[in-house]
Design a protein around this ligand. Structure first.
Ligand code: ADP
Ligand code: MG
Length: 325
C-alpha cells in the first residue's frame, strides 16, 4: 500500500499523527501531509503541541501563539503558546480569590503561591493538553494533523486516562460503601457524601476531557498514526520498542515511513567511496526494515539536497510522499 491509498481508502481517518524520535522528519511529514490534503480541497489544521515547535520554521512564518494562521487556501497552522494559557489560568485563580473574599488586591503570600504553581512542569503539560482538547473539540476542520513531540504525547494521554479510570473506580466504590451506612449516620454522612460528589464530579470532568483525546488516539476508524524511521541500526531498535509500547496501549498503527534514503540512482554514477559506503549501509538497514515491519512500510522518502522549508520544498516533499506531478 502507498500513502495515497491509505488516505483514499480510509476517508474517515481525520486525525493524523507522525511518531518517532526527534529529527527524523515528523514536522516535515506533518506539513507535507497538510499541504497535500489542502490541495485535495480538504480544510486542514496542522498544529504543534511541542514547546520547541518548528512549524514556524518550516512554513517560514511566525505563527507562535497566534491561533490558527492561514498558510494558503484550506491550510491552517497553529503553534500552541503554553505560557499564555498558564497566564490565563493564573488570572482566573486571582479573579476567583478576589470574588470569593471581596479583595481588590491579591495578598503577596498568595501571589507567590500562584507564581510557584505555574513553574511546575505539570502546569505546562496541562496547559498544552487543555489547548489540544479545545482545538480538536472545535470540529472546524476536515483534518487535524498533530505535530507531535519526540516520543509522542500520545502515550502520556493514554497513561493519564487509565490513571483517572482507576481513581474514579475507587471513589465510586467508596461512595457505594458509604451509602450502606447512610441510615446509621445520616447527618455526618450527608456532609461527606457531598464532598465526595464534588471530587467525583471534578474527576469525571477531567476524565471526560482526557477521553476526548485518548479515544481519538485509539480509534482506528478516525485516526492514522504513522511511525517515521530511518535506515540506521539504533533508530530501528528504538522504533521496534516504541511500536511495542503503542501496541500495549492499543494505539493502531497505520504504517511506517522510511525517511532520508540516499537516492538509489546515485549508485550508477561516479560517486566517492564515502557515499558508496553509506549507501551500502543503508541497503542493509532498508532490508532489515522491510523484514521487521513487513508489509507495513508505506513509503521510502529520499534525502533531499537541502532541508525542507518553505512551500515549494513542502510541495516537492508532498509529491514524493503521495505521488504527484
Ligand atoms: N528527506 C529529507 N531530506 C532533507 N532534509 C530533511 C528530510 N526530512 C527531514 N529533513 C530535515 O531534517 C530536519 C529535521 O526534520 P523535522 O521534520 O523537523 O524532524 P522532527 O519533527 O521529527 O524532529 C529538518 O531540518 C528537515 O528539514
Ligand atoms: Mg518536530
Amino acid at each position: 500500500m502507498s500513502m495515497r491509498e491509505v488516505f483514499e481508502q480510509n476517508p474517515d481517518r481525520r486525525y493524523i499523527m507522525y511518531g518517532g524520535k526527534g529529527g527524523l522528519g515528523k514536522t516535515t511529514f506533518s506539513a507535507a501531509t497538510a499541504y497535500w490534503l489542502a490541495k485535495q480541497g480538504m480544510k486542514v489544521l496542522v498544529f504543534s503541541v511541542d514547546p520547541q515547535a518548528s512549524l514556524s520554521d518550516i512554513f517560514k512564518r511566525d505563527i507562535f501563539g497566534k491561533g490558527p494562521v492561514e498558510i494558503m487556501p484550506n491550510l491552517f497552522a497553529q503553534e500552541i503558546d503554553a505560557d499564555q494559557r498558564i497566564k490565563e489560568y493564573q488570572e482566573e485563580i486571582r479573579q476567583k480569590i478576589r470574588d470569593m473574599y471581596g479583595m481588590t488586591e491579591i495578598p503577596e503570600e498568595i501571589e507567590n503561591y500562584i507564581q510557584a504553581a505555574a513553574a511546575e512542569p505539570a502546569m505546562e503539560e496541562s496547559a498544552i493538553f487543555d489547548e489540544v482538547v479545545d482545538i480538536v473539540g472545535s470540529g472546524n476542520y476536515d483534518y487535524y494533523i498533530y505535530d507531535l513531540v519526540p516520543l509522542g504525547h500520545a502515550l502520556y494521554y493514554l497513561s493519564m486516562a487509565s490513571v483517572y479510570d482507576q481513581w474514579i473506580d475507587k471513589i465510586t466504590a467508596l461512595r457505594t460503601e458509604m451509602e450502606e451506612y447512610s441510615q446509621v449516620a445520616a447527618v455526618m454522612q450527608r456532609k461527606k457524601e457531598s464532598e465526595e460528589d464534588r471530587i467525583l464530579k471534578e474527576l469525571q470532568f477531567i476524565k471526560h476531557r482526557i477521553n476526548v483525546s485518548s479515544s481519538i488516539l485509539t480509534d482506528k476508524q478516525k485516526t492514522a498514526f504513522f511511525f517515521v524511521v530511518t535506515p540506521e541500526e539504533m533508530i530501528i531498535l528504538d522504533t521496534k520498542k516504541a511500536a511495542g509500547l503503542f501496541a500495549k496501549f492499543d494505539v493502531p498503527l497505520a504504517g511506517y515511513i522510511v525517511n532520508r534514503v540516499i537516492p538509489p540512482e546515485l549508485a550508477g554514477q561516479n560517486i566517492p567511496a564515502y557515499l558508496r559506503n553509506r549507501m551500502e549501509m543503508q541497503t542493509t538497514y532498508l532490508k532489515e526494515i522491510d523484514q521487521v515491519f513487513s508489509g507495513e512500510v508505506l513509503a521510502r522518502i529520499p534525502e533531499f539536497e537541502r532541508d525542507i522549508t518553505g512551500l515549494p520544498m513542502i510541495e516537492r516533499m508532498a509529491n514524493v510522499m503521495f505521488g504527484g506531478k
